[in-house]
Design a protein around this ligand. Structure first.
Ligand SMILES: Nc1nc2c(ncn2[C@@H]2O[C@H](COP(=O)(O)OP(=O)(O)OP(=O)(O)O)[C@@H](O)[C@H]2O)c(=O)[nH]1
Ligand SMILES: [Mg+2]
Length: 300
């Protein structure tokens, strides 16, 4: 690399829910900076995953999945996703290759085409599909809209992502680094902790519950003994949801709390005392305060 100038820039990862955008962001950062779950619509706001590859500082903007919005929160998520495109030097559309070129993804490609937004295509989850199908899929999508490049990767297995990173490292603008070299994200730790709690809710709570709740930090404080005291509140919309989140004899909240604490302790290499509270706020989805904290637009 020697005398070569450094490069830096923003790469937005967009796509339908569950395509694997956050898994790619985490793979690049080398740590969990954005939560991942088997359920759709996990990511709610733009999350940065920052790292250096071949003398280039790549700042991934991991965005919420794009889908037809039904409620206020959906509209805010959608606005955040397309906002991430506006802020990017390079746009990468991530597609779940197993799901194929379905209506959801077709609509996104149509929008890229209509707005004349150049993008690269990432066919993800190649571990789940045969090579011939993959090539046919790539052809089909590129026929509708010619992508700058197509990459076929398995984010889960960490396979073939280097080609994609190499492309970005060669194509981002010449620039000094925009963040300190060792920075992986810009999310404050207390927000990251709330996100990890939300991830465990996706994991352990079924049906609509993770979608009808929001999680917020109340306190994140270093104590005299060097440990951290974290207080986090889960807002739900109804009394019966609170009962489910608490579980019989408080079993469920304990399970969520233990899993979140263990993961956070490992991620941050800290001892953490995590206290979870569940509050009923019937109308939290129509309360601007619940959006601002996450950088979401209330009236999107
Ligand atoms: N088999 C397989 N699964 C994957 C791969 N990449 C991601 N997944 C899984 O797909 C699911 C969704 O991954 P996420 O990274 O949360 O997807 P996302 O696009 O960020 O989803 P939203 O935030 O809801 O828009 C998780 O269960 C991942 O483990 C892959 O390459 N292969
Ligand atoms: Mg995500």
């Amino acid at each position: 690399m020697g005398n070569e100038p450094t490069r830096a820039g923003f790469v937005s990862l967009i796509g339908a829910p569950n395509a694997g955008k956050s898994t790619i962001a985490n793979h690049f950062a080398g740590s969990k900076v954005s939560i991942v779950s088997p359920k759709a619509q996990t990511t709610r706001t733009v999350v940065k995953a920052i790292g250096i590859f071949e003398n280039t500082q790549i700042i991934f903007l991991d965005t919420p999945g794009i889908f037809s919005p039904k409620r206020r929160l959906d509209r805010a998520m959608l606005a955040a996703a397309w906002g991430g495109v506006k802020d990017a030097d390079i746009v990468a559309l991530v597609i779940d290759a197993k799901k194929g070129f379905n209506g959801e993804t077709r609509a996104i490609v149509q929008k890229l085409k209509d707005d004349n937004i150049k993008a690269v295509l990432i066919l993800n989850k190649t571990d789940l599909i045969k090579q011939e199908k993959l090539l046919a899929l790539s052809r089909e999508i590129n026929e509708m809209y010619a992508f700058e490049q197509t990459f076929m990767v398995s984010a889960l297995k960490g396979e073939h992502l280097e080609d994609f990173y190499h492309y970005l490292a060669s194509n981002l603008p010449i620039s000094p680094f925009l963040y300190p070299e060792d920075q992986m994200s810009d999310m404050p730790l207390k927000l990251l902790a709330s996100e990890v709690v939300r991830e465990k809710m996706f994991l352990y709570l079924r049906d609509e519950l993770p979608y009808s709740s929001t999680v917020e930090p109340e306190l994140w404080q270093r104590r005299d003994d060097g440990t951290i005291r974290a207080e986090i509140t889960i807002f739900v919309a109804r009394d019966n949801q609170k009962i489910i989140v608490l579980g019989k004899g408080g079993q469920m909240i304990k399970k969520i709390g233990t899993a979140a604490r263990k993961e956070l302790e490992e991620m941050l290499d800290e001892r953490i005392h995590l206290f979870l509270f569940v509050k009923v706020r019937e109308n939290w989805e129509n309360d601007p305060a619940r959006y601002g904290l996450w950088g979401l637009t209330f009236n999107a």
